[in-house]
Ligand binder design. Structure first.
Ligand code: XMP
Length: 510
């Protein structure tokens, strides 16, 4: 495996992805690691130092224990990583008068260097740096340059490399070859990170860890908790009990579908708790979005905790579908990262429930979770589901939430989502849903005046859900959907399509 010391670059995760795509396990770790910590990685083949926004010559700059660099593992410093190596080995790094952002031509000086095997000379690479090397440390020599910078160096006797450019981004031509040369030819890593082997290993580990104990898990129907549940269930069968809370804020037939898929197909113990009345009752009279969110979150925890406590005489473990990006985000707090996403997940359970935690997919990225899910036989329809917020329809019924309004919204949403599936559009957009507005407008149906609610269709294209644009759905398609809704759903007589991007809009309306 390869470890990546994280100095806060926006590309750190991408580095890990690129390596995992080559079937080699890569893990992002804190830069504060000590030489003794390296023993935690018995299959360690190489170390990468990531990029980062800081300058190595600043007073509190993030460093690396030099012993780690000299521990005998092949090392590759990328951007800030290269500058850090330079700084620690006695070279100099200074603010550049000509900063490089974007494409730059890479000229290879040491054509026989193994890092550049099968890489043609004079290719474009992606640069993004304000500092640059002005003197190379004595023990190093230059192996490539660009117009404005020393682009790559190597230690004279050891396998320590540094590159100024970002080989991990696709804009770097032959970037993948350069990374692969480091991973396979220099670090000599083996291809042994496959989802099927992951499943075998994970099941064996769960069996060993859990023994004859009992485990509970909060199933939401989303991909992460479903994959975690299926994996644990394959390992220990009926020693696992899942708790599925019907908040009354789920989509049409959702509770049934979840029960059907998991209880029937996977023979899992699932305890469904119908708490919908409790949720509707407590949401009465509340219309402010954050107050609703907090109320829903609190009720969810109450209901789950009560069920879990009932079982806790027996159960020792709480399994959760925590995935790798969650782990990186939370471990970064106060460390190298400048941007921290706020996690507003209703499934976020308090730590003092008194269980030991079992997190079987905490090493996986989202698309790896999906691959594992498919291999485990979870139906595509479940795996490809768009994200659904923890507070559910509670934040899609704008203003006060009632059962009646949720019922109307469920029908409209179901027509829209089913139509997207039928038109083969569902997997082409990243998130689609309907919002019910607390507004009535006048319409006409037959010879009669109507005075009913407005519903808004929302569909977005996005990579990371941090920014998004409205999907350009075909007009004919929208036309058909609108017709069907107006004809079939009582109490809605007008549909609008939300064309706002994020920012300034958010994906949800509340
Ligand atoms: P926004 O509305 O912030 O949404 O653009 C970005 C993504 O996050 C989802 N979302 C939530 N997920 N609890 C969740 O678990 C929440 O309170 C919540 N609010 C928004 C939203 O559906 C979208 O995928």
């Amino acid at each position: 495996q390869i470890i990546i010391l994280d100095y806060g670059s926006q590309y750190t995760q991408l580095l890990a992805r690129r390596i995992r795509e080559q079937n080699v396990l890569a893990e992002v770790v804190d830069f504060n690691l000590t030489k003794a910590d390296l023993l935690k990685y018995p299959n360690l083949k190489g170390i990468i130092l990531s990029g980062g926004p800081a300058s190595v010559y600043e007073e509190n700059a993030y460093m690396v224990d030099k012993e780690i660099l000299e521990a005998g593992y092949p090392v590759l410093g990328v951007c800030y990583g290269l500058q850090l190596i330079t700084h620690l080995f006695g070279g100099t790094v200074e603010a550049a008068t000509k900063q490089e952002f974007g494409k730059a031509q890479l000229v290879i000086d040491d054509l026989s260097n193994i890092l550049f095997d099968n890489v043609p000379n004079s290719k474009n690479v992606w640069m993004s740096h304000a500092d640059h090397l002005t003197t190379i440390p004595n023990d190093f020599y230059q192996i490539a340059h660009s117009d404005n910078s020393i682009a790559a160096i190597k230690h004279k006797n050891q396998n320590i490399y540094g590159i100024q450019f970002h080989a991990e981004v696709t804009h770097s031509e032959f970037g993948a070859e350069i990374l692969n040369n480091f991973i396979f030819k220099i670090a000599k890593a083996k291809k042994d990170w496959y989802m099927s082997t992951f499943i075998e290993k994970a099941i064996a580990q769960i069996k060993e860890k859990i023994g004859n104990d009992k485990v509970i898990l909060g199933l939401s129907g989303g991909v992460d908790s479903s994959v975690a549940a299926t994996l644990v269930s394959k390992a220990i069968g009926k020693q696992l009990t899942c708790i599925f809370v019907d908040t009354g804020l789920l989509r049409k037939n959702e509770a049934l579908q979840v029960m059907d898929t998991y209880a029937k197909n996977f023979d899992m113990n699932i305890k469904m708790v119908d708490a919908s009345e409790l949720f509707y009752k407590n949401l009465r009279g509340i219309s402010e979005p954050e107050t609703k969110r907090k109320m829903i979150g609190k009720l969810f925890i109450d209901v789950f905790t009560e069920e879990a406590r009932k079982m806790s005489r027996d159960a020792k473990w709480l399994a959760q579908g925590t995935i790798y990006p969650d782990v990186i985000e939370s471990s970064k707090e106060g460390h190298s990262s400048k941007t921290i996403k706020s996690h507003h997940n209703v499934g976020g359970l308090p730590e003092d429930l008194g269980f030991e935690l079992l997190e079987p997919i905490r090493d996986l990225f989202k698309d790896e979770v999906r691959k594992v899910g498919r291999e485990l036989g979870i139906p595509d329809k479940m795996i490809d589901r768009h994200p659904f917020p923890g507070p559910g329809l509670g934040i899609r019924v704008i203003g006060e939430v009632t059962k009646e309004k949720c019922d109307i919204l469920r029908e409209v949403d179901d027509i829209f989502i089913s139509a997207l599936h039928e038109a083969d559009l569902y997997t082409k957009v990243q998130q689609a849903h309907v919002v019910l507005l607390p507004v009535k407008t006048v319409g006409v149906m037959g010879d009669n005046r109507t005075y009913e609610f407005v519903a808004a269709l929302r569909s977005v294209d996005t990579v990371d859900f941090m920014t998004a644009t409205a999907s350009h759905l075909p007009w004919d398609f929208i036309d058909k959907v609108v017709n069907k809704i107006i004809n079939e759903v009582k109490h809605v007589n007008r549909i609008v399509y939300d064309v706002t991007s994020k920012p300034p809009g958010t994906i949800e309306w509340e």
